[in-house]
Design a protein around this ligand. Structure first.
Ligand code: ADQ
Length: 526
């Protein structure tokens, strides 16, 4: 699309900790670019065709940092997306990411504490809050404000996830009301009791900042409702006046809405056809043989409840010995956050538990559990085609895309066993076998129910599940958020008596004066 035709259209600003591209420096000063493979990145491909997109993220590596420094704080057109990387100091990033975001906020929102012992919020945690989390959120806000400059066209800022809760407050201070700020929270938003663990000052800063947004997006209406309750309970002078999804505070309104995330349906279906997937599928078929397959696919993450899943499988073998030699559990696991002690311990416990069960139940011709550790998306998609049972039993999960990918690509009319605490439950519960993640006995019984289900019922359930996902892919997720922000702009403009509408004030803004690539150098401030 020629740039000039876009000048009156909205500028969409995606903000996330990890960006869509990573860079590798060459000796001659140029950089190789790798595009990330996550759902957000691919969905953005479609978004960038319709809108002008600026993506602000943090440099993740030495080479990312070198790329950012070469471009001196400007946004650069990479593959039709304007990209700007902020460059927090290594120590600052460590405090923001590995002290506050992952161990503290993630654990609060997934309710993962061992309360008599953890968490301990120490002087170091407070330092990390101020010098890490707060400082990096401020850097993000400054980079966005600088990049959008004084653009008059609609600007919609979409901060992603729990790394960026303080961003709305900093950004609002810098840019005022002329941009729509609409964060999306990918993980659960628990009720008021879970948030009492965070010291009041930190909690209030988060809630107050989020209320500087125009809308806050959540995976489910339950999360949105919990957010409303938290704000009403913990903040003075915040009301919902009988509504469940709107907060009124200081003359401003903030809506809390559900936008359930999904998978890129076309891309996932295309992956099935790729030669690499087909090769991996045939290798997996030879591992599985004529056994029935119980599959799980997860990051190695305490909230995914992998240990109770193994225990449920062992319980099945105890309760129904006829399955011995005839079923296999395959766990495809990606290591994750190994800098955090709990994650290292969890990986160790999984390997020990699986080894113990194999020692206990195997015979010379049968290995009941196979754990494959590694990050291999093609292999995960290949395995998802082959399962008889997909076990998705998290303690808490914002959505869980594995459940959606699985039902989309499976070729065996496989059953989905789904935790009632996964966000995906709200869309898929009717045709899944629903379990409590804590109920090991109930999960074993659900596996038995799946393995003994009449073929016609399996087929019907699998078809229904597939059509739910086919009808609501990730493009909907983006489009719905952008549509709501644009509608709010339109009503703001029509109710405004001034002539400062984007189209009235700006005749032929180029992407440069739209603010995307600013020529000035941004030196991150503390
Ligand atoms: P995650 O906790 O990472 O995401 P999830 O949604 O299940 O969880 O998976 C994200 C992606 O990683 C999926 O595409 C999945 O296939 C892939 N993946 C997971 N394990 C894998 C493995 N072993 N091998 C290869 N690929 C693997 C967070 C929230 C979720 C929310 C997403 C999106 O915790 O609740 O669904 O963001 O909002």
């Amino acid at each position: 699309m020629p740039e000039s035709t876009r000048s009156q259209e909205p500028l969409i600003v995606i903000v996330s900790n990890r960006g869509p591209y990573s860079f590798t420096a060459n000796e001659d000063g140029t950089f190789d670019i790798q595009r990330g493979s996550g759902g957000l990145v691919t969905a953005l491909g479609a978004l960038a065709e319709k809108h002008e997109v600026l993506w602000v993220a943090s440099a993740m590596s030495k080479d990312d940092r070198a790329w950012a420094e070469q471009h001196q704080g400007t946004a650069v057109d990479v593959d039709d997306i304007f990209l700007r990387l902020i460059t927090p100091r290594a120590r600052q990033y460590e405090l923001y990411y590995n002290v506050i975001a992952n161990p503290l906020l993630w654990f609060i929102q997934h309710e993962l504490w061992n309360i008599p012992r953890t968490p301990s919020i120490t002087a170091d945690t407070w330092r990390a809050w101020k010098r890490g989390y707060t400082a990096v959120n401020r850097q993000f806000a400054e980079a966005i404000a600088e990049s959008i400059g004084d653009v008059q066209r609609p600007v919609i800022v979409l901060p992603q996830d729990y790394h960026l809760y303080l961003l709305p407050a900093f950004l609002r201070d810098l840019v005022g009301d002329r941009v729509q700020i609409q964060p999306f929270v990918h993980i659960p938003w628990p009720g008021i009791d879970a948030w009492r663990i965070l010291p009041g000052q930190m909690r209030d800063e988060i809630l107050t900042s989020m209320l500087k947004s125009d809308r806050v997006g959540f995976q489910t209406t339950k999360d949105a409702f919990n957010f409303v309750q938290n704000c009403r309970f913990y903040l003075p002078d915040v009301h919902s006046r009988g509504t469940r999804d709107t907060l009124f505070h200081g003359g401003k309104e903030t809506r809390a809405l559900a936008y359930p995330i999904s998978v890129d349906v076309e891309r996932t279906q295309r992956l099935v056809e790729e030669p690499q997937t087909k090769l991996l599928k045939s290798q997996l078929i030879s591992v599985i043989g004529d056994q029935r397959l119980i599959l799980r696919v997860d990051r190695i993450e305490p909230s995914k409840n992998i240990l109770r899943g193994l225990e449920a499988f062992a319980t099945l073998l105890d309760s129904y010995p006829e399955y011995r030699g005839k079923v296999k559990m395959l766990a495809l696991l990606v290591p994750s956050r190994l800098e955090v002690d709990e994650y290292q311990d969890y990986l160790r416990d999984i390997m020990a538990q699986a080894g113990l069960f194999n020692a206990q139940y195997s015979d010379p011709f049968w290995e009941p559990i196979r754990v494959i550790v590694g990050d291999h998306y093609h292999r995960a998609i290949a395995a998802m085609q082959l399962y008889d049972v997909l076990l998705v039993n998290p303690i808490a999960d914002g959505m869980n895309l594995v459940a959606k990918e699985g039902v989309l690509v499976n070729e065996k009319d496989g059953s989905l066993i789904l935790s009632e605490h996964a966000g995906a439950f709200y869309e898929l519960h009717e045709d899944a076998l629903v379990v409590s993640p804590f109920d090991v006995h109930g999960t074993a019984e659900a596996i038995h129910q799946a393995l003994s289900m009449p073929p016609e019922e399996r087929r019907l359930r699998a078809e229904n599940l597939r059509s739910v996902v086919q009808n609501a892919g990730v493009q909907h997720w983006f489009d719905d958020q952008v549509r709501d922000a644009l509608a709010a702009f339109a009503s703001h403009v029509s109710s405004s008596s001034t002539s400062s509408t984007p189209s009235a004030n700006k005749s032929a803004a180029s992407p440069t004066d739209a603010g995307a690539p600013s020529p000035t150098t941004a030196t991150p401030k503390e």
